[in-house]
Design a binder for this molecule. Structure first.
Ligand code: FES
Length: 156
């Protein structure tokens, strides 16, 4: 017997599983481990965050009630980019790229700080400003606004 029927069956199964996405098939054939960042630096989806997966542009990024006042939560932007959404004071929000300005690892909220697991930088959750280096700059701001208790992408 040859391997052709088996190989074809695998390809058909793979195509069906990915709804015919050729790119996904190619990705599945690779190592799948192209992300060189530590697992702890990868974006994490908060269970209470509605945008845990990539979402269309106007989908909520977070529910305001899930964000601690004075703290922040991790979220995913409309494009899937890792974000931090903070609630500096009750009812106000600020959002930042979760990408550390040192070498690009993903920061994570911890109390009133955003901590980078790679080299120890820390940022203020409310402002994104550097508390502890080596990060040279604040986290990049991202426009968000609140409507009906939900944090939405873009300016108000
Ligand atoms: Fe964040 Fe180095 S990448 S401290």
């Amino acid at each position: 017997m040859t391997n052709q029927p088996s190989r074809r069956a695998v390809l058909i199964t793979g195509a069906a599983a990915t709804a015919g996405a050729g790119a996904a098939l190619l990705a599945g054939c690779g190592s799948g481990s192209g992300d060189e960042k530590p697992a702890s630096a990868r974006p994490t989806a908060a269970s209470t965050t509605p945008a845990a997966t990539k979402s269309p542009t106007n989908r909520p990024l977070a529910v305001l009630a899930d964000i601690p006042v004075g703290g922040a939560v991790a979220a995913a932007g409309s494009d899937g980019a890792a974000l931090i959404i903070a609630q500096p004071t009750a009812g106000t929000v600020a959002a930042f790229s979760a990408r550390c300005t040192h070498r690009g690892c993903t920061v994570a909220p911890k109390d009133k700080r955003l901590e980078c697991p790679c080299h120890g930088s820390a940022f203020a959750a409310a402002t994104g400003k550097v508390i502890t280096g080596p990060a040279p700059r604040p986290l990049a701001k991202v426009d968000v606004h609140v409507a009906a208790g939900q944090v939405l992408p873009g300016p108000a």
